[in-house]
Write a protein that binds this ligand. Structure first.
Ligand SMILES: NC(=O)c1ccc[n+]([C@@H]2O[C@H](COP(=O)([O-])OP(=O)(O)OC[C@H]3O[C@@H](n4cnc5c(N)ncnc54)[C@H](OP(=O)(O)O)[C@@H]3O)[C@@H](O)[C@H]2O)c1
Length: 319
């Protein structure tokens, strides 16, 4: 698989990041191990998890991180993967922000224990708290970096003005600042009115900022939860995803993909290749219910970029 320079001064990461959000929860540990084996065998080197993942199962936080930790213990392959994890999420089922220094330090320590490692390559603050000055969030992240517990820090689900404020403050303070931005982004157009209040999706202003700053992005829900494949196969799409992706742009994209999909390409291929050749580094994070789904995505990553089709597509949806 192609590798991408996502983090400054860091080894490269695979062009696809394996989303581990369901590991230890909807995806059993045994199936997660199989996905990890397969991903590594195909040249994958980048995984995304979070402290909060699995909390919805009612068995506490950290199910995904713990599954990864068990995998590293069993296989010794921790150093074959770059780990992206996240902390500072409100307790599950609450909205109370948790971005004080003590919250972040506690979460990093819990993540390290669950992952059975002594450092995290890339650490995201999972949410923002606009009531806190950006400096108060940056300082503990910078300290965790200096301590060597995290390699880089970054933000997820931050509105553009706060991201800009954080980067400006970091520059003034001589901090590294956010090394990337993790946000909702897919080939499927997203209705901003249907996005949960505490999440952020890619938009024109953020795209322009990331290009100008050369700030890397990690795109989550990059397969739009399988929207295109399910739509094409007339499979049921959950009501909340129908609302999220119910836009005129998606009708135009559906028309294009029904009539002009290049030979040898599926809608899933296009969903992933959509992130290639962007004017700043972008890695899609995708998750899979089964090894068969993962195999389809791995095959997509090895296909040549279908230039002519992508040009037509970008006239409908440029970013
Ligand atoms: N920073 C954040 O706030 C945040 C938020 C969300 C996610 N994330 C990260 O991003 C990762 C991926 O996000 P996500 O799970 O929301 O979105 P996603 O990757 O767009 O969707 C995953 C779903 O896509 C479907 N799919 C995958 N391959 C398919 C195929 N070949 N054919 C048909 N359907 C296919 C499956 O749906 P079915 O299960 O229905 O088959 C699968 O469960 C997570 O694991 C997590 O690491 C981060």
């Amino acid at each position: 698989m192609k590798e991408i320079e996502l983090l400054p001064g860091k080894k490269t990461v695979s062009a696809l990041c394996l989303g581990c959000g369901s590991f230890g929860a909807e995806v059993s540990e045994a199936d997660a191990f199989r996905q990890l084996d397969r991903f590594l065998a195909a040249g994958g080197s980048f995984v995304d998890t979070a402290r909060i993942y699995g909390a919805w199962m009612g068995r506490g936080e950290g199910l995904s991180e713990t599954t990864l930790g068990h995998y590293f213990k069993q296989t010794g392959r921790r150093h074959d993967l770059t780990i992206s994890t996240k902390g500072g999420h409100p307790q599950w089922g609450t909205t109370m922000p948790r971005l004080q220094a003590e919250d972040l330090v506690q979460d990093v320590k819990l993540s390290l224990r669950a992952l059975q490692t002594d450092y995290i390559d890339l650490y995201y603050v999972h949410r923002d708290n606009p009531d806190l000055p950006v400096e108060a969030i940056l300082a503990p992240l910078e300290a965790l970096c200096q301590e060597g517990l995290i390699g880089h820090y970054a933000c997820s689900n931050w509105a553009l003005p706060r991201l800009q404020a954080a980067q400006a403050a970091a520059e003034k303070l001589g901090y590294a600042g956010f090394s990337s931005n993790q946000l909702m982004w897919s080939l499927a157009d997203i209705d901003p009115a249907a996005v949960d209040w505490d999440l952020c999706a890619m938009n024109a202003a953020t795209y322009a900022y990331q290009q100008a700053q050369q700030l890397p992005a990690m795109a989550y829900s990059s397969l739009a939860h399988g929207y295109w494949a399910k739509r094409q196969q007339h499979l049921p799409i959950k009501a909340n995803f129908q609302r999220l992706y119910h836009t005129e742009v998606n009708e135009q994209l559906a028309e294009l993909m029904t009539h002009e999909l290049p030979d040898g390409y599926s809608v899933l291929d296009i969903s992933l290749l959509y992130f290639s050749q962007r004017p700043f580094p972008v890695v899609p994070i995708a998750a899979f219910r089964s090894e068969a789904q993962l195999n389809e995505a791995l095959a997509a990553m090895d296909k040549p970029y279908p230039e002519d089709f992508m040009q037509k597509l970008s006239k409908i949806k440029p970013y």
